[in-house]
Design a binder for this molecule. Structure first.
Ligand code: IYR
Length: 222
């Protein structure tokens, strides 16, 4: 029988309201500078930074604390190239056949296409896998709960951590992504969730001229 075990909430910090307001504003100021980048520099990135950002991702709230995720940080140029070739093959299909015109129209402002040179250039590709269930050594399945929510939150933490550290990211979603299981030797029951490209932006990187919805459009207070 499983039992529960509680300990005091030791690490919570309360701030005076004014400091809380300053902190909230400062965080907004920092996170609003984050931009999705598609032009990366090949400058190497400290592995210690990636490790701490992954540790931060691993603290995300998740269903029943089952932590239904696995991150594969790829820096090996050969593996990055294999991922690029496989992603571009899927993307070629997407842009020439699979994507309905309405979808392609929605992507025009971002100038995306089937060419993904950043998969070779960026120093790190982080493949994020979701685990719908765990497999015991005996081959028994242990169901995981709220898997997409959990992995989505962890990915958000990871993106925020990388940005906070001073790195640029791109959430890349070649579809389908099954090739990642094969290339990265992940078990068949794990689902590739997202391929996060991370590194320094290219010195001359450009980003689309887009804006975010204002608060009154995205939130309601009742
Ligand atoms: N996965 C494709 C297409 C794509 C789709 C959306 I929605 C985007 O916001 C961006 C791209 C690609 O990576 O090009």
């Amino acid at each position: 029988m499983t039992t529960s075990h509680f300990i005091p909430l030791a690490h919570y910090r309360e701030y005076p309201v004014e400091e809380m307001e300053q902190r909230a504003a400062a965080f907004y100021d920092e996170i609003r500078r984050r931009r999705t980048v598609r032009e990366f520099s090949d400058r190497p990135v400290s592995r210690a930074v990636i490790e701490d950002c992954l540790r931060a991702a691993g603290t995300a709230p998740n269903g029943a604390n089952q932590q239904p995720w696995h991150f594969v940080a790829v820096s090996d140029p050969e593996m990055k190239h294999r991922i690029r070739l496989a992603a571009e093959a899927e993307e070629r299909e997407f842009y020439t056949r699979r994507a309905p015109d309405e979808w392609k129209e929605a992507l025009v402002p971002f100038g995306t296409n089937e060419h993904k040179p950043y998969l070779d250039i960026a120093p790190y590709l982080i493949a994020i896998f979701a685990q719908p269930y765990a497999l015991t050594a005996a081959g028994e399945r242990i169901k995981h709960y709220y898997v997409p929510e959990s992995v989505g939150i962890a990915t958000g933490f990871l993106i925020a951590a990388l940005h906070h550290a001073g790195l640029a990211t791109l959430t890349h979603t070649p579809s389908p992504m099954g090739f990642l299981n094969e290339l990265l030797h992940r078990p068949a029951h794990e689902r590739p969730f997202l391929l996060l490209v991370a590194g320094y932006p290219a010195a001359d990187a450009k980003v689309p001229d887009i804006t975010k919805k204002p608060l009154d459009e995205i939130a309601t207070f009742v």
